[in-house]
Design a protein around this ligand. Structure first.
Ligand code: PLP
Length: 364
């Protein structure tokens, strides 16, 4: 037997440490993907996802067998047709990824942007919404630690009567997400973020309105694997579509149960308190908020400007020798910020205490 290795301290914006219940569930003996036992477990996942996303009772929920990006792709593949006008809010890497995907599925993309580190201005969405069939926005932009004002954007989209797709990868399960109340039509996340399950499944939720749009398509869905009809065949009709990753369903089911047992509000409060404590501990070392407007700060991914003179690469490499992984900036923010994940099991005091002890040794 291999000697057990020390637990890595993962403070990255995902993947997050696996929840103990999910880790145990992952090791369950295999059963068939068409086993009635798995269909019963899938039905529980679907019900729990309705709670996670705050959907209407008739919304369709499921897992797609891939990471968060497949959740993103499934939305554009099913809800966009060639020539559709799609407005994408792009104030970071993941917004830009949405725009690229929408274009690949034939959309004519209109971009609404914001300066790096700032949130999307809903008035800009209102100014460009005429004639679009869908608006897409990232709730928590991981690349810059910005929280976009989804409820305000949703209100504008609702008045315009068009579909709203929201990337909930860094928010659902750890921050309030109210699909029905806000009027979101398609949402997705990745199992490895706020839920602390292993990477490999993307929980999706589709509103009744989006399903009606899907049913009115003029052309087949170009992505066979995630065609809503095919997903429905498996998740609702219990007929074969493709072999789902059974053990990842076990793990996601356990992680989701644990999240709902803790309570979504309690989880948001856990993030709030820990975020406050982490920033208060790091400020004396010279770290400061990268996102200026307090209401635009994403609680689950703290973007912190590095102290003057701190060498990003050297310090992060030194932290790795203590078993601690911290993520730097992306593109223009590389060497300028760190992005600390406060999602799922990463949002616990113990790993952050380990970071503080290591930093005090390295910088003190
Ligand atoms: N959207 C956001 C906001 C993300 O943070 C990520 C990943 O970090 C993705 C989409 C893509 O998810 P994945 O890497 O699981 O494909």
């Amino acid at each position: 037997m291999r000697p057990s290795l020390p637990e890595p301290v993962l403070l990255t914006p995902g993947p997050t440490p696996i929840h103990p219940d999910a880790r145990e569930a992952l090791m369950r003996p295999m059963i068939g993907h068409m086993d009635p036992e798995l269909f019963a477990l899938n039905a529980e996942i679907q019900a729990d996802l309705r709670v996670l996303y705050g959907t209407a009772p008739e919304a369709f929920t499921a897992l797609v067998a891939g990471t968060g990006s497949l959740g993103m792709e499934a939305g554009f593949a099913n809800l966009v047709e060639s020539g559709d006008e799609v407005l994408v809010c792009a104030n970071g890497s993941f917004g830009r990824r949405m725009a690229e995907m929408a274009a690949r599925y034939g959309a004519r993309v209109r971009l609404v942007t914001a300066p790096l580190g700032e949130s999307i201005n809903p008035a800009d969405v209102a100014a460009h919404i005429d004639g679009v069939s869908m608006v897409a926005v990232v709730h928590g932009e991981t690349s810059t630690g910005v929280l976009n004002p989804v409820p305000e954007i949703a209100e504008i989209v609702r008045h315009a009567g068009v579909l709203l797709t929201v990337d909930a990868v860094t928010t659902a399960g750890m921050q309030p997400f109210r699909m029905e109340q806000w009027g979101v039509d398609y949402a997705y996340t990745g199992s490895q973020k706020c839920l602390s399950a292993p990477p490999g499944t993307a929980p999706i939720a589709v509103s009744e309105r989006a399903l009606a749009r899907f049913s009115a398509r003029r052309s087949p869905v170009p992505l066979w694997y995630c065609d809503f009809e095919g997903l429905r065949d498996y998740w609702v009709e219990h007929t074969y579509h493709h072999t789902v990753p059974v053990n990842l369903h076990f793990a996601l089911h356990a992680a989701l149960r644990a999240a709902l047992q803790e309570g979504l509000e309690a989880r948001a409060e856990r993030v709030r308190q820990l975020g406050y404590a982490v920033v208060s501990a790091l400020e004396p070392l010279g770290f400061s908020h990268y996102v200026k407007q307090p209401e635009a700060r994403l609680p689950t991914v703290l973007a912190l400007r590095l102290p003057e003179g701190l060498d990003d690469t050297i310090v992060r490499q030194a932290l790795r020798t203590h078993g601690i992984s911290v993520t730097g900036g992306l593109g223009p923010t590389a060497g300028v910020i760190w992005r600390l994940g406060l999602m799922g099991e990463a949002a616990r005091p113990a790993p952050y205490r380990a970071l503080m002890v290591a930093l005090e040794t390295l910088l003190g």
